[in-house]
Design a protein around this ligand. Sequence first.
Ligand code: ATP
Ligand code: MG
Length: 415
Amino acid sequence: MRSPWWTGLDLRVLHHVRGVLRRRGLELTLVEHRPDESAAFAPLFPDMPEAAGLAVITPSIVEPELGLVVAMLGEAAADVAAVVRSRNSSESESAPAYGKRTAYHGIIGSAPSMQELYGLLERFARSASTVLVQGENGTGKELVSRAIHDASDRRDKPFVVTNCSAFNDNLLDSELFGHKRGAFTGAVADKPGLFEVADTGTFFLDEIGDMSPMLQVKVLRVLQEGTFSRVGDTETRQVDVRIIAATNRDLSAMVADGRFREDLFYRIHVLNVLLPALRDRREDIPLLVDYFLRRQRRARPKQLSAECAAQMQTYPWPGNVRELENEVERLVVLAGESPTISADLLSPRIRQWAPAEDAVAAADVGSLPAALEALERKMIGAAMRRHGGNKTRAAEELKVSRRNLIRLVQKYELE
Ligand SMILES: Nc1ncnc2c1ncn2[C@@H]1O[C@H](COP(=O)(O)OP(=O)(O)OP(=O)(O)O)[C@@H](O)[C@H]1O
Ligand SMILES: [Mg+2]
């Protein structure tokens, strides 16, 4: 039998709170899940409101005492959570004793692919190596990068974010590395770059695939030697920065096409993680909806009607968790005072979404080339989605050459 999550923890604050409550005639218990009965309850991790926590089960407790007891439980829970966290991070790769996790540092999900992800992130947090985070739009690349930083021993140091596609080359150069006064028109004073701001901390370089070859060289140097110079400056500066890079492009294909430096690719690829698309972990949709509903309305979260929940369960969510989050936010507003959210409030694209008619079945009559093209387009689109845009893997699965696949992806505008 599995031992409960609290086995072996040093719970000093908890014992103190338990003593205080006992003197009031109340009994504190550690529970695996939020109790169904009436109770004062504080979850161990606010991200997992239904999971393990501290409870006082009592039908008679009323406000304002209830508020006070919940606050005390909250204090004890925070302390227990800290002990659990440090125990888990010192435990080698084994899963935590309290079983399947539904969240990790603000990342929500309990699918097998997410359990695997949490295990990986824990290991990545303990290392100082560069991480490459890949995944489709809205799969949580930034969230995951922040989680690695928050779980690492750099957590109290800066976490700096920049988006490499948001600037032109010269601006990005000065943004990343800083500049010397007079280096270019408008450089009226010396300015440190973000690498200096991120010193001793973590630097999240988003959309690294959009970085020009010239800047790729400079970043490579920081990675190899920890040194760089500000634009227009000859002085060499030294920093200690952990880099986490993200992209939704296929970097290995870009290396093959000569658009991304191979040496930089291998350097940032030391540790890498591919985030699953939401449609590949549909079992997490109810959990995520619930999380976002609670976040929108802490007091009395609204609920989805069965039809609304079912439609959200089938929709393919091309914009992944971000799209789902936005939809929930919108639904809560549209539902107004109603405690339930009905399916007619869903955005039209979600409400009206129905699985596409089978291309083969639809092709009994008509042009053979057109039907073949439709099938080709459908299969390639699906394979590309399954592999998060990774053409090498999509080509392997479809048993076509990578070159051929690239041509077809361009032909059908599937990128
Ligand atoms: N597993 C998750 N649990 C909870 N929230 C999530 C999860 N994944 C993503 N989100 C939320 O979805 C939104 C998008 O996440 P994020 O910005 O990290 O995605 P991204 O992969 O960087 O997207 P893009 O490629 O568009 O930049 C954020 O509000 C984030 O909090
Ligand atoms: Mg992002």
